[in-house]
Design a protein around this ligand. Structure first.
Ligand SMILES: Cc1ncc(C[n+]2csc(CCOP(=O)(O)OP(=O)(O)O)c2C)c(N)n1
Ligand code: SF4
Ligand SMILES: [Mg+2]
Length: 279
């Protein structure tokens, strides 16, 4: 018997299985995303997946049997913006890392959220630059020893979901890879709306983060993600001290605003003397 995984049909036959390490949380997220697409019954031909450089960027490319754009470090949202404006009928999904999207790519991130461009951005937040050897990132918790903070990180870390909401994202959710069904539900929600949707997924990196911090194996790190996850409803009644070291999970923003690419299409029609101009 040669059992085939039900999501295998979404994988490019010629692709290597994955570039990620055994036990990496990225595998769980890959399943959660593909499951959402499968449950929605959307064809992979409708998508353009865009990623930058890093371990998380290997999730869609070259693995997904779809159009994938593996771009330069920090620039996936800039490329994705171009794709959406040139081909507005395609669904654009960016899947990349915390360093890629929020360090070098931070400016693209906040302005895409502000403009409310129709795309889904999934950020793998593993709190570190995984692929390049475990350097400190803007998401690394304070005090953590990494390859480039051997005496402990002295910089404050970002609340990247809070940043997305403040910058104007119209859908914002945060889960850890322990909540894989909730990730799938949020991805399905994002696929059923227009505008800039942002899903932060806290993922474990047992190789660079786990080993250097002494947090242990992949399963021990998954247990840790489970233990420190606090639903937003419960977090609302907790003090900042009680929330230290915790991860607030849930869907934080779900609002409607004009969507940039739709506004651009309307302007174009108006400029050409179309129906909207007569109204
Ligand atoms: C312009 C530029 N600067 C730096 C790098 C080196 N680099 C590649 S990936 C990466 C960080 C990746 O971290 P993250 O985006 O968090 O992804 P992860 O590997 O943790 O999933 C860095 C610094 C590069 N490729 N290009
Ligand atoms: S280095 Fe860490 S983030 Fe990168 S693939 Fe390995 S376990 Fe995953
Ligand atoms: Mg990272």
């Amino acid at each position: 018997m040669n059992p085939t995984h039900p999501l295998h049909k979404y994988m490019r036959p010629s692709a290597i299985r994955t570039a990620n390490c055994p036990g990496c949380g990225n595998g769980i997220l890959t399943q959660s995303i593909l499951r959402a697409i499968d449950e929605e019954g959307i064809s992979m031909d409708d998508f353009v997946f865009v990623s930058g450089i890093g371990c998380a960027a290997w999730i869609p490319s070259p693995l997904f049997l779809a159009d994938t754009l593996h771009t330069t470090h920090g620039r996936p949202i800039a490329f994705a913006t171009g794709v959406k404006l040139a081909a507005p009928d395609r669904r654009v999904m960016v899947i990349s890392g915390d360093g890629d999207l929020l360090a070098i790519g931070g400016n693209h991130f906040i302005h895409a959220a502000r403009r409310n461009i129709d795309m889904t951005v999934i950020c793998v937040n593993n709190g570190i630059y995984g692929m390049t050897g475990g350097q400190v990132a803007p998401t690394t918790p304070i005090g953590l020893r990494t390859m480039t903070s051997p005496y402990g990180n002295i910089e404050n870390d970002f609340d990247i979901s809070g940043l997305a909401a403040a910058a104007g994202a119209t859908f914002v959710a945060r889960w850890t890879v322990y909540q894989m069904r909730q990730i799938t539900k949020s991805v399905r929600k994002a696929l059923n709306r227009t505008g800039f949707s942002f899903i932060e997924v806290i993922s474990h990196c047992p190789v660079q983060f786990g080993k250097k911090t002494g947090m242990g194996s992949s399963t021990q790190m998954l247990d840790w993600l489970k233990e420190c996850s606090v639903p937003k409803e419960k977090a609302a009644g907790m003090s900042p001290e009680e929330l230290t070291g915790k991860i607030t999970i849930g869907e934080f923003v779900d609002i409607r605003k004009p969507v940039l690419n739709e506004e651009l299409a309307r302007l174009r029609r108006e400029a050409q003397g179309g129906k909207d101009a007569e109204d």
